[in-house]
Design a protein around this ligand. Sequence first.
Ligand code: AMP
Length: 542
Amino acid sequence: MLGLMQDWPLLIHKIIDHAGREHAHRPVISRSVEGEMHFTDYGTVRERALKVAKRLEKDGIRLGDRVATLAWNTWRHLETWYGITGIGAIYHTVNPRLFEDQIVYIMNHAEDRILLLDLTFVPLMEKLQDRLPTVERFVVLTDDAHMPETKLRNAVPYETWIGEVDSDFAWHSFDENTAAGMCYTSGTTGNPKGVLYSHRSNVIHAMTAALPDMLGVTSKDRVMPVVPLFHANGWSLAFSVPMTGASLVLPGPRLDGASVHEILETQKVTCTAAVPTVWLGLLAHLDKTGGTLTTLKRVVIGGSACPRAVTERFERQFGVEVLHAWGMTETSPLGTVCSITDDYAHLEGEALLDIKMKQGRTPFGVEMVIKDDADRLLPRDGKTFGRLKVRGPAISRAYFRGEGGNPLDAEGYFDTGDVATIDEFGYMQITDRAKDVIKSGGEWISSIDLENLAVGHPDVAEAAVIGVAHPKWDERPLLIIVPKAGKEPTKEDLLAFMQGKIAKWWMPDDVVLVPDLPHTATGKIQKMALRDRFKDYRLPTA
Ligand code: AMP
C-alpha cells in the first residue's frame, strides 16, 4: 500500500522558490569582482535565475547538458547554479587553482557546452580555449561597461546575455534523481574524477547540513561562505542557507585576512565557513591590527584538520564558537560536524579542546563506520583506528563515466581513504589518510599526529612525516621539517621535544631539514612526491 501524501520531488529550484517567496527581502550581499559592494535579495536572485534558465534554453542547453562555472562567490554565481539546475542542466564548478592541464582535462571530460566565468579568468581561458573544443560560448560574469576586449568564442557579458530574455519562465519538472551538479576531486594520484550530485542528494544534504547540531543556521543568521563554490560543492551553503532564509554574504575574490575581516564586520556576519588557511590569515591580521570580531558567533572549519591554536583563539580570545567539520567532495560534502552534545557538555579547558579537535558526529543521512583491511567492523572506543567508510543518500556510489571502478564495499559503504577513530559518543577523529599511515611491525602510526606534534616546536614552520622502508619493521617514520626563517633546530632538539608526548614506538627514526615541501593545487602536502624523493633513504636504525 502506498502512502497518500503528495508527490513533491526534491528539486533544487524549490529551494530558491521558497527563499524568493518566504524570505524575498532578505539580503544577498556580495563583494563584486569589479570591486564594488553589491546588494540584492532572494526575490531578485530568483527572478534572475529564471532568466538564466530561459536564456540557457535559448542557447540550446537541454536536460543533462553540462554548463561550467569558473567563478568566485558572488550573487551572479549563485543565480547561475539555480538557473542551470532549473532546466535539468548540470552546473560544473571548475576550480581555478587546478593546474592548466587538469582544467583542460576536466572540462573535456565533462564536455562542458558553456562556460560562465569571472573577469579574473578571462586571460586564462583565452590561453586554453583552443584546447576546449566542446565549449560553444563564454559568458563573462560582468556587465557591458566592464566587458574587456576578448577573443573568447562567442563571448558576451552576462548582464547583456540575460537581458535578452524576461523572467516569465516555469522551472522544468523531472525526476528528483536527475543529475544537478558536478565537481571533480583533486586526487593526488591519477586524473581528477567527476562527482555527480543529484537534485535529491543536494536537497537532502542541505536539510541535514542546516540542522541545529550541524551548522545550526536560522533566518536570523547572516552566513558568509568564504569557502569557494568551486570547492567540494561549496559545502552546500548555496542550498542550505537560502533554504533557512538566512541572509548570504559573498566575499568575491578577496580572501586575505584584511578583506575577510572587513566584510565580516561591515556586513555583520554571524556565521562563516572556510579551510584553516583562511582563518590563519584572519587571525594574523587581527594580531597585527588589534581588530576584534563583534558580530561573528560561529565559524565552520574543515577541508583539513583545524589546528588547536586556531580553535583556542577563536573561542577564548574572540568568543566565537568553532565547528570543526569533516567531509569530502564525494560526501556532498558534509560528513561530520563537531558540535558539543550533552555527553561532553560538562568539559572545560583543555579537555573540551581535546574534543573540539575531533571532526565530530554525523547527522541523520550519514552512516559511518571504521573497518579493518579485511572489512571487519572496528569498535567505537576512541582508540582503535581503521578505514573510515560512509553511506547515505548524499554520498557517491560511482564517478562520472565510471572512472576508477566501483568505490563501494560489499555492504555499500564508500571508502573515504581516511583513517579514523570513533568514540563511544560517536565523535570521529581523523588520524591519517590511508595511504599516508605508517605501517610499523603490523601496527599503524598516524603521520598526522606526529606532524601536529612537530609543528608545536617553536622553530618549526611546517612538518611532514612519511614511512620509509625498514628491514625489520617494514616501515618506520621519517620526520621532514621546514624550519622557521633563521632557525636551525637539531634532530636531538626535535626528538627531545616529542619525547613523552607519544608512544615510544611512534618516535621518528630520523629527522631531515628541507627548505620547503611540495604542495597540491589545494594546498595539501604531496606525500607521494615526498615518498618518491626519500624512497632510497637509509634510516640510521636500518
Ligand atoms: P576534498 O574532497 O578535496 O575536500 O578532500 C577531502 C579530504 O580532505 C578528506 O578525505 C580528508 O582527508 C580531508 N579533510 C577534510 N576535512 C578534514 C578535517 N576536518 N580534518 C582532517 N582532514 C580533513
